[in-house]
Design a protein. Sequence first.
Length: 399
Amino acid sequence: MPRALKVCLVIGTRPEAIKMAPVVAAIRDHPQLQALVIATTQHREMLKQALEVFGIVPDIDLGLMQNGQNLGVFTSRALSALTECFLERRPDFLLVQGDTSTVTAACLAGFYQGIPIGHIEAGLRSFDLSSPFPEEVNRRIATCTANLHFAPTNEARNNLISEGVPEGDIFVTGNTVVDALHMIPPRERFESERLNQIDFGRQKVLLTTVHRRESLGEHLEAICDALEAIVRLHEDVEIAFPVHLNPRVRDVVHTRLGNTPRIHLLDPLPYPELLELIRRSYLILSDSGGIQEEAPSFGKPILILRDTTERPEVISSGFGELVGTDAARILSRTSALLTDPTLYRERASGQNPFGDGKAAFRIAEVIDMLLRHPHARTGPRRLDHDQVNATLERLARVS
């Protein structure tokens, strides 16, 4: 029996851990694949929290996070540490997810050593290098170095094709976040007593999250203005706001909103708690990419606190709307959804554009095909199209 082929999965942040968790499980369950999980620990506590939810203990924890770390310094340290790690462990295949600085470092380290690379959640584009920053650039670097591109949607696939990526290297799998949601059951109670005290039955609860670099400074001040105005004008509204640990977010939000009635400022929530809060919320205001994917999975409208999004499917499906950070616009669009039942029903009744919860299985199957291909380890970018087509037909039958 041939040896199990070693698939290295590199994780650095909480969103990566959530979206990689189903893939780790699928690789571990595959009879011909062996998972090697490496954590750069780009984030420390939030990464640890997410990994524990899914029962994942990294095989290697590089422990690279430093307080107040500079992105360039972190990326260079991660590139060096991952290079040494790959030289020692010699994986047959490398998997990265999304758009973080960990992804950039892992892709460069793997590319320099000739390791075939698969990019999960490939093809997302805002077409603005400054927004989201630095994620848009990180995604493009991953595209340049990857051998396989696991696109979550057809729109992401089309973006890759327009950039010259061979069609045979792209597989539309759905988004693994939908798989992750299926792994977390609903909860009767929250761990947070502050959340248990909210009357979700009588009040319209708005979930708010803000963390992106482009949302800070005067933009964050404007968001706080809007939230104050929302609860002042709508007495049946309460806002649950898990506040990011970044002091540039935390200090402003607690100073501005800490004493505002019906605005509940919370510590970052464990993933199951966040999902339960999404499930019970009336609508969502957020600049998070992940929550843009999770909201349609729960049938919740989301007002996106950004001027651009690399997930246009959330808008075309009807769930999402770009409102930016202008206080008057945020207030106007929130009030419309709070006071117009017909509009709300229209915005909460679309079809989830992000898949069926079987993305991780498809990813594992395609990797197995690649690694068993006789030329896979010699580094060609393109796969044999007969094999690709046969695999696509087989995966299409997964239900």
